[in-house]
Ligand binder design. Structure first.
Ligand code: ADP
Length: 190
């Protein structure tokens, strides 16, 4: 089984690129943001707890997303592997993932990081807000908070995976197809 992590700041285009990757490589796409938005739409207790945090640009507690990931690993069959999108987002989540995979005799195959400058994050999220209407895309304050959260809590993962020899960076500036091509060329080597 392959375990790929799609990494990058909010608005880098992870969701868009993930769709192409799962199709080409037969992977199961797990987006923790998507799973959380489904819980919010269904107004579950978990969704209600997550909504306030997400709308404020904060992360939800590690345990919530770790449980979601474990549940997917346990229930999904007949795939070549998994594409984790939006997880892990903290060092604690990365360590939990390593433990989860070790228990299954597996490990992270590689991290594909899509990088764009902060100024472009704003531009892309504003564009997405007009199309998708996500509550956490609506205000500049929330977007700023998410960028700050990314730099403080998520960016340190780069060092973690670099040290493990599993980190590769792709320039996310360019057309969707240009970025696809760069990602595919990289995945073919992993
Ligand atoms: P984006 O990549 O645009 O920030 P996501 O759809 O990945 O959006 O996530 C939306 C929100 O869901 C995040 O801002 C955060 O509040 C929450 N979230 C998603 N994944 C995680 C995670 N692994 N840990 C904690 N919170 C998460």
């Amino acid at each position: 089984m392959k375990y790929f992590i799609l990494f990058g700041p909010p608005g880098a285009g992870k969701g868009t690129q993930a769709a192409a990757m799962v199709e080409k490589y037969g992977l199961c796409h797990i987006s923790t943001g998507e799973l959380l938005r489904r819980e919010i739409a269904a107004q579950t207790p978990l969704g209600k707890q997550a909504k306030a945090l997400i709308d404020d640009g904060q992360l939800v507690p590690d345990q919530i997303v770790e449980d979601m990931i474990a549940q997917c690993f346990d229930s999904v069959r007949d795939v070549n592997g998994f594409l984790l999108d939006g997880f892990p987002r903290t060092l604690a989540q990365a360590e939990a993932l390593d433990e989860m995979l070790a228990r299954r005799g597996e490990s992270v195959t590689g991290v594909v990081s899509i990088m764009i400058p902060d100024a472009m994050i704003f531009e892309r999220i504003r564009h997405r807000a007009a199309i998708e209407g996500r509550a956490d895309d609506a205000s500049d304050e929330t977007i700023s908070h998410r960028i700050a959260t990314y730099h403080a809590k998520t960016e340190p993962l780069i060092g973690y995976y670099r040290q493990a020899g599993k980190y590769a960076e792709i320039d996310g500036v360019g057309t969707i197809e240009e970025v696809h091509d760069k990602i595919f060329a990289l995945l073919d080597t992993l």
